[in-house]
Ligand binder design. Structure first.
Ligand SMILES: Nc1ncnc2c1ncn2[C@@H]1O[C@H](COP(=O)(O)OP(=O)(O)OP(=O)(O)O)[C@@H](O)[C@H]1O
Ligand SMILES: [Mg+2]
Length: 298
């Protein structure tokens, strides 16, 4: 277990009589190296939940745990949890921003993340914030920018002059430069054209293949099918399902949660409805299906 949510409840504006739970009794675990897709209809609580993983939001009740970091607004619970830790980890918990070195978050709107005068300065902010010396921070940032495919002639440009796809890449580089173990991305392909989307997804897959844990918030079920090892479904502030992509997409409740069915599963369903005779129920990708369909023609 690398990340744990334990009975998390969260209310924005608790004093407002019309307030409601944005997160309601959420419990689950994520293992190191997982590629988690966090899905659910708009307003279901996805962005709220991920912000408890780097202490931008403190759960009203319950706690999030990332390795030895505890995130909660329950002071008694926090004290009790950290009292069992070795001294150094206990102290790190008290300086809670240190969790952000472990958990890198790319926000839903890259404009919220970018702020410096130049692309390079923007990316350097992360490592410098964690006290990495200037020279080293520059080296790490140049490497991160190259890794995400931003050419050198962009380094001195203003991040605000970039296209949507380029801004997202710079925002990702800004997180990678601090080398976090866990990368969280909130709808990183929103608003991109198909080519830009493919490039960002390939980049995320590549980052995952280096051993990092990835949590991806997305409405794109084709991406979920392609990348995720685990799916967490939120609906109206509650966790309603945690499963593999195959379990979700072969099941009957996907439309209940207002999720789109990936193109492959739509096609498979249609074949079965039209009376295709062979058992294709356990096939979960186009390559396998094509070989079965081809075999029938021979
Ligand atoms: N800053 C805020 N103040 C008050 N309520 C908020 C705030 N941010 C979110 N909410 C409310 O909390 C609930 C969960 O919102 P959240 O942004 O986590 O949903 P989401 O699943 O990320 O949605 P989307 O897919 O549209 O990004 C919603 O009802 C939303 O209106
Ligand atoms: Mg959101």
């Amino acid at each position: 277990m690398q990340i744990k949510c334990e009975k998390i409840k969260y209310i924005y504006n608790a004093k407002d009589p019309n307030s409601y739970y944005a997160l309601d009794d959420i419990s689950f675990e994520i293992d190191k190296g997982d590629f988690v897709a966090l899905v659910g209809k708009t307003g279901s609580g996805k962005s709220t939940l991920i912000q408890t993983f780097n202490a931008l939001i403190l759960p009203t009740e319950g706690y999030s745990q990332v390795e030895y970091f505890y995130v909660t607004s329950d002071k008694k619970l926090f004290k009790e949890k950290i009292s069992k830790l070795p001294k150094e980890e206990r102290n790190e918990n008290k300086k809670q921003f240190l969790i952000r070195k472990k958990v890198g978050m790319v926000f839903q709107f890259p404009e919220y993340q970018l702020f410096a005068e130049t692309v390079l300065k923007d990316v350097m902010f992360g490592p410098k914030n964690f006290k990495v010396p200037e020279d080293e921070a520059k080296e790490l940032s140049i490497k991160a920018l190259k890794d995400v495919g931003i050419p050198e002639n962009y380094f001195e440009r203003s991040p605000f002059e970039l296209s949507g796809g380029e801004k997202r890449r710079v925002a990702i580089a800004g997180i990678l430069a601090s080398n976090p173990d866990i990368l969280i991305l909130d709808e990183p392909t929103a608003g991109l054209d198909p080519e830009g989307k493919k490039e960002i997804i390939n980049l995320i897959k590549e980052i995952h293949s280096t051993g990092k844990t990835v949590i991806l918030v997305t409405h794109d079920m084709d991406v979920v099918m392609e990348c995720a090892t685990k799916i967490v479904v939120l609906n109206d502030a509650k966790l309603v399902k945690i499963c593999t992509p195959e379990e979700l997409f072969n099941g009957n409740d996907i439309e209940t949660y207002a999720l789109e069915i990936p193109a492959f599963y739509k096609f498979k369903k249609l074949l079965i409805e039209k009376g295709y005779k062979k058992d294709i129920s356990s096939i979960n990708n186009f390559d396998e299906l094509i070989s079965v369909l081809g075999a029938q023609d021979e």
